[in-house]
Write a protein that binds this ligand. Structure first.
Ligand SMILES: C[S@@+](CC[C@H](N)C(=O)[O-])C[C@H]1O[C@@H](n2cnc3c(N)ncnc32)[C@H](O)[C@@H]1O
Length: 253
């Protein structure tokens, strides 16, 4: 049985995915017909529900990866391949606290909120009100809004926080905010940045050299997908060749 309020994903015969919080009083309208969602409450994950036209949709429990693929975006976002490594490097754990800027569309915010858990707290800073709203809506849709405190302001003014155990900055000119970040983080805390061009990475590294940050690491993550055909196993023709460079370091005050 799948209770109302649970996150579900319905997959059409053509592979189209619908991700939502189950509300037994609603219906899903698809190109294959209508599904009264109450019927899903009587099912288990891994079963199929039929539309009124008899087309079968698979009922799945979405993973965080599925939710990230579904983020409504109006900014550049951080991709799952990068997010996985960011979570490990920042040491995100249930009940933990972390700060980030900017919130943007909320792709990273969602992952931080997911892994920080119900007892955790994500402090998310964003200077444009429209993106605070977008990020909050994306989190609301998957039931994670309560785990995030939003600060609608420019981080040039400082974070107004101290002793935070980890931080991540995804803004265009992070070198302008290195001192503010150092003040907000606890000594020894991991910090990370994402930048799309090498020129920006160079500029950030110079700023880090003159700051309280140490132990820098620069890397990028490439994922090479393969066609899953046993008789003709080979890479896909196309891949995402570049998203951004990741930079990590530690606070040493
Ligand atoms: C690339 S987007 C962030 C995307 C986000 N990490 C995600 O995964 O969806 C960069 C965001 O940083 C915000 N931003 C840029 N400079 C800022 C600043 N000084 N203070 C706060 N937010 C800032 C922008 O408004 C924009 O929404």
């Amino acid at each position: 049985m799948i209770p109302s309020g649970e996150l579900i994903q319905l997959v059409s015969p053509k592979g189209k995915r619908y991700t939502m919080i189950l509300n037994a009083e609603e219906e899903l309208h698809t190109h294959d017909g209508l599904i009264p969602l109450a019927r899903i409450c009587d099912m288990d994950f891994g079963q199929a529900v039929a539309t009124h036209l008899g087309r079968e949709y698979l009922v799945l429990k979405p993973t965080l990866y599925d939710l990230l693929k579904n983020v409504q975006r109006k900014t550049q976002i951080i991709y799952p391949k990068d997010i996985g490594y960011i979570l490990l490097k920042l040491g995100i754990v249930p009940g933990g606290e972390v700060l980030e800027a900017g919130s943007g569309s909320g792709s990273l915010t969602m992952a931080l909120a997911w892994y920080s858990g119900p007892q955790g707290c994500v402090h998310s800073f964003e200077r444009r009100e429209e993106f605070v709203d977008l990020c909050a809506r994306n989190l609301e849709r998957v039931g994670l809004r309560d785990r995030v405190s939003f600060y609608s302001r420019d981080i040039g003014e400082g974070f107004g926080l101290s002793d935070i155990p980890a931080g991540f900055i995804d803004v265009r000119t992070p070198w302008d905010y290195v001192d503010q970040l150092g003040r907000a983080l606890q000594n020894g805390a991991p910090a990370g940045f994402l930048l799309p061009t090498m020129n920006q990475v160079e500029r950030l590294l110079r700023a880090l050299e003159d700051s309280c940050f140490t132990d820098p690491e620069v890397l990028e993550i490439l994922v090479r997908p393969y066609k899953p055909v046993a008789d003709r196993l080979r890479p896909e023709d196309r891949m995402v060749a570049h998203t951004g460079y990741l930079i990590f370091c530690r606070v040493m005050k």
